[in-house]
Write a protein that binds this ligand. Sequence first.
Ligand SMILES: [Fe+2]
Length: 254
Amino acid sequence: MKNKVIVSIIPQLKDNYSYIVHSLINKSAIIIDPAESKPIIDFLIKNNLYLKGILVTHHHSDHTSGLESLLNFKKTSVYSPNKDIFGTNKIIKDNDIIDFDFLSLKIISTPGHTSDHVVFYNKQNSLLFSGDTLFHFGCGRVFEETYDVMQISLKKIEQLPDSTKVYCGHEYSIKNLSFLMNNFNDYHLLSDMKKRLLKQIMDNGCSMPFLLGEEKQINPFLSQYSEYFRDYMNKNGINNKQFFKNMRDLRNNF
Ligand SMILES: [Fe+2]
């Protein structure tokens, strides 16, 4: 039971997720990427949780718009990579470790979707909160940096253990998988995954979390370990960087 933590998924807005991570031992809790405060506050009250901090992956409003009312509800530390994010009083950067009494999180800087983007990794429980950098079967749009920078950021995530459970910022899994099946209709792993994905959404209402080890085989933006995607690149005479750019451009227009 030592250090037992629970991750609760809080649907937000149209297709965003915020997460509440809390300790079963002492009821300490943190919030990640709040967009709408009401369901978060309701959850904290219902479960008698002690808020120890709010963490933000990047500056987009669908990850931050709940900050003001949450801070009105309870003053707490806001850990973010950008001083312009509302309420920020702890600036975080690459390789920082945040030690809460029940949870230690490593900050990994992942610029690409935005310049300030970070993700949060907990080694002890194999958890990754990937914001809008890595999605299930996809990755975030590249708004503020180059494709190369985004690809380097995703390669950092790729170094984490296969057993890592990933919680991302949006429910885009079905659309992302449809995009892949449209482009790689002979990749049998994708149709296998579709059955599981639909069952998971039917059973749990969402597709979080997903396993990083499996994602390495099916996500073309994390393609360095997939034989299928290596063959595809060889056949088409393109390298990893060109493949990444082609896939991202195609997905933007899907
Ligand atoms: Fe975003």
